[in-house]
Write a protein that binds this ligand. Structure first.
Ligand code: FES
Length: 236
């Protein structure tokens, strides 16, 4: 470790654009992310339930927790959607020669060495940059109520709920008074899909009485999207 508290964790070129490397800084697991030419370091912990975060889905400058789907801003650590409300701790990153170095917590800098704005300002900026109503964080009470109701909607083929299977990927409450849900299926062309979508709609409207639209995602499902893959006998 250098005198100013930095330690080399990777070489330039080692992390793909949009990729992440899991490293340790002072015994703390850290995900070092690359977005374009910039690097960011977040503690490998989801502030919702303490699960590992770095191997979640990276979309643009956001990462989605593989357990219950909370999204965080990779650049700031800010929690963007439920069920997380607390930011993930950030660490400083700098590039010296071809070495990527991680430094003390909280002093977030990018690879260019430019100091980041304060956490509040960064979180506010992240909110301002949101592209549209679909990406706005859901009101917590409503989303919690919807997810609780969906625990009773079963995938008849597997015998687990759509929540246990991690099929409900996004829940949004649109300003025009509509609930919008994006869900996956465990297998493409699942014969139970129409019934499950209808059940999701009914369970949702039973707790949030407004029109509900359910959209099927084409993305392939895998057990690591489940909050507890152990329910299917997997461990990650
Ligand atoms: S542990 Fe990450 S959303 Fe629950």
């Amino acid at each position: 470790m250098t005198a100013d508290g930095f330690t080399t964790v990777a070489r330039v070129g080692e992390i793909d654009d949009g990729g992440v490397k899991l490293v340790r800084y002072d015994e703390t697991p850290i995900g070092v992310f690359r977005l374009g030419d910039a690097y960011y370091a977040l503690e490998d912990v989801c502030t919702h339930d303490g699960g590992p975060l770095a191997h979640g889905i990276v979309e643009g400058d956001q990462i989605e927790c593989p357990r219950h789907g909370a999204r965080f801003d990779i650049r700031t650590g800010a929690a963007l959607t439920m069920p997380a409300i607390t930011p993930v701790p950030t660490y400083a990153v700098r590039v010296v020669g071809d070495e990527i170095q991680v430094g003390p917590q909280g002093a977030a800098t990018t690879a260019t060495g430019a100091p980041a704005a304060s956490r509040d300002a960064r979180a506010a900026a992240a909110m301002d940059e949101k592209p549209g109503p679909v990406d706005k964080p859901a009101p917590s009470q409503q989303e919690v109520a919807v997810r609780a109701a969906l625990e009773n909607v079963m995938d008849p083929e597997i015998g687990l709920s759509v929540i246990d299977l991690g099929l409900i990927r996004e829940v949004h409450f649109l300003p025009e008074g509509k609930t919008f849900i994006r869900m996956m299926l465990t297998t493409p062309f699942c014969p139970y899909a129409p019934q499950m979508m209808e059940d999701v709609k009914q369970a949702t409207t039973s707790v949030v009485p407004q029109p509900c639209e359910v959209e099927l995602m084409a993305d392939p499902w895998s057990p690591d999207l489940m909050p507890d893959p152990g329910l299917l006998g997997y461990s990650f």
